[in-house]
Design a protein around this ligand. Structure first.
Ligand code: TZP
Ligand code: MG
Length: 209
C-alpha cells in the first residue's frame, strides 16, 4: 500500500466523542485526514442495528471524501459493508484467514515486539500499527507505553514497510514520532476532543501531507 495513506489516520467510536460523532468525522475529513478507522467499542458503545447503521454512516462520509474506511476487529462487518480494510490486534483473527476472504482489502495489524512484527509481515499485512508510544486514556487494556525505541528498531529493520504509530500522539510530539520512522500517526482523543479540528489536523500532518 501507499504509506501516505497512513499520514493522519483518525480512529473513532461514539464513546470517544464530545461532539456528535458524525460531525467530528466530517470535520476531520474536511480537514484532510488520510484514513479512518471505525472502532466502536468500550463501555456504552452501540450494538446491533444502531452499530451497523453508525458504521454505514461513517463509511458513506469517508466515501464522499475519498478516504479509506477501515473496520477495527469486526471481520464480518468489514465484509458485509465491503469496507476498504480491517485492523486487527494479536487476539483477533489470523491475517491469512482474512486475506483468503478479502484479497483486495487493506489489512493492518498491531504489533508490540519483533516476533509479532515478523509474523505480520510474513502473513501479508499491508501495514503495522506500533504503540502505545505514549500514555493513552483511550484504550483501557493498552500495554505500557513503549516510547520511540521499538518504532526506531522496526524502521531500521524494515526500511520501507508501512508503519503507523499510535497512543498519546498530539500536535506537540507528532514530529518526533515521524522522525523516529513512522509513515503516519494514528490518533483518537486529540481530534475527538479538539475545539479546532482543522487546526489540530494541520499540525498533525507530515511534511508530505
Ligand atoms: N491502541 C493503542 S493506543 C490506542 C489504541 C487504539 C488509543 C489511542 O488513542 P489516543 O487518544 O490517540 O491516545
Ligand atoms: Mg483488537
Amino acid at each position: 500500500m501507499n504509506p501516505d495513506v497512513l499520514n493522519v489516520y483518525f480512529i473513532m467510536g461514539t464513546v470517544n466523542c464530545v461532539e456528535p460523532p458524525l460531525d467530528t468525522l466530517e470535520q476531520a475529513l474536511q480537514a484532510g485526514i488520510t484514513c479512518f478507522q471505525f472502532r466502536e467499542k468500550g463501555e456504552g458503545c452501540l450494538n446491533g442495528e444502531a452499530y451497523e447503521t453508525f458504521a454505514r454512516n461513517c463509511q458513506k462520509l469517508c466515501k464522499d471524501y475519498g478516504v479509506p474506511f477501515i473496520v477495527n476487529d469486526d471481520v464480518e462487518l468489514a465484509l458485509k459493508l465491503d469496507a476498504d480494510g480491517i485492523h486487527v490486534g494479536q487476539d483477533d483473527l489470523a491475517i491469512t484467514e482474512f486475506r483468503a476472504r478479502a484479497e483486495n482489502k487493506i489489512i493492518g495489524v498491531s504489533v508490540h515486539n519483533e516476533q509479532e512484527m515478523e509474523l505480520a509481515v510474513r502473513s501479508g499485512a499491508d501495514y503495522v500499527g506500533i504503540g502505545p508510544i505514549y500514555p493513552t486514556k483511550s484504550k483501557k487494556d493498552a500495554k505500557p507505553p513503549a516510547g520511540l525505541g521499538f518504532l526506531k528498531k522496526v524502521r531500521s529493520q524494515y526500511p520501507s514497510f508501512p508503519i503507523v504509530a499510535i497512543g498519546g500522539i498530539n500536535e506537540m510530539n507528532a514530529s518526533e514520532v515521524r522522525l523516529a520512522g513512522a509513515d503516519g500517526i494514528s490518533v483518537i482523543s486529540v481530534i475527538c476532543e479538539s475545539s479546532n479540528v482543522e487546526g489540530t489536523i494541520q499540525k498533525l500532518r507530515g511534511a508530505r501531507g
